[in-house]
Design a protein around this ligand. Structure first.
Ligand SMILES: [Cu+2]
Length: 266
């Protein structure tokens, strides 16, 4: 009997297909630029830690999901009404102290384990390391990023997906301490392959670090809605071998503009 509302089976199938097509279109559009929608290939130990944490938690979640679904299916099939005598009432476990304690303790242990595991991992990624080979102060503003190197060189980075983005350049095989600031509102520096989202907060310094052992470019973006130009806070991190980096840095030198910081707004 076809009594499932006014839409016929064909119409429902068409709507479902249109939905899938729209989803595929949206997903493919994500790949036209900007951050990759699925998983990055981590290139810094930070990104690797976060990736591993994600996979570790997902494995736990999958075990729980499969266990719960299997138990559910088993009960549904084993105790289905048609397989029971007429008037059958299943065993009543309401108020069973042992069960109540078990299904309170078990999720608590799992959630606490995930919390401790995540905290231990993420703790490593967002701290002011004490042995950097280089320090860069990353300052967010409406709308762009400034990268200040130890020698005073400042790289200004802004650009949308349509416009070219000036890369933030680091040397390979170098432990770089990142110090985050903001001059107006809160921004969030996020390059998935390199590090997790790190908030850039006015009046307060946050820290992370990176160490990239291969040359290349990786994209990121501001991950904190910060105003009308939020979308133009695209990020590119570029790693160069030391000689190329030195040559690049030498070209930056001739711009010792009078004020290194663009807005000493106080
Ligand atoms: Cu921003």
């Amino acid at each position: 009997m076809n009594s499932r509302g006014p839409l016929g089976r064909g119409a429902r199938l068409l709507i479902a297909l249109a939905g899938i097509a729209a989803l595929l279109f949206v997903l493919s559009a994500c790949d036209l630029g900007g951050v990759h929608p699925i998983f990055p290939d981590p290139v810094s130990a930070n990104g690797k830690n976060i990736y591993d944490t994600y996979v570790g938690i997902s494995l736990m979640a999958i075990v729980v999901f499969v266990g719960v679904e299997a138990a559910l299916l088993w009960v549904v099939i084993r105790y289905r009404r048609s397989a029971q005598p007429v008037g059958y009432v299943p065993p009543q476990v309401h108020g069973h102290t042992g069960l109540e304690i078990a299904w309170t303790i078990a999720p608590l242990v799992i959630v606490l384990a995930i919390a401790a595991y995540s905290f231990a991992e993420l703790q490593k990624d967002f701290q002011p390391i004490s042995n950097p080979q280089m320090t860069v102060i990353i300052s967010g503003h409406q709308f762009g990023w400034d990268y200040q190197y130890e020698n005073g060189v400042v790289v200004h980075q802004e650009g949308s997906l349509a416009a070219p983005v000036v890369p933030f350049v680091v040397p390979t095989h170098t432990l770089v301490k990142l110090q985050f600031r903001a001059t107006d509102v809160i921004h969030s520096w996020w390059v998935p392959a390199v590090s997790g989202k790190t908030d850039a907060v006015p009046g307060y310094d946050n820290f992370s670090w990176l160490k990239i052992d291969q040359t290349g470019q990786w994209r990121g973006e501001c991950a904190e809605l910060c105003g009308a130009g939020h979308a133009s806070m695209q990020i590119i991190v570029q790693a160069m071998d030391q000689p190329e980096f030195d040559a690049w840095m030498a070209k930056q030198k001739p711009a010792p503009s009078p004020s290194a910081s663009p807005s000493p707004s106080k």
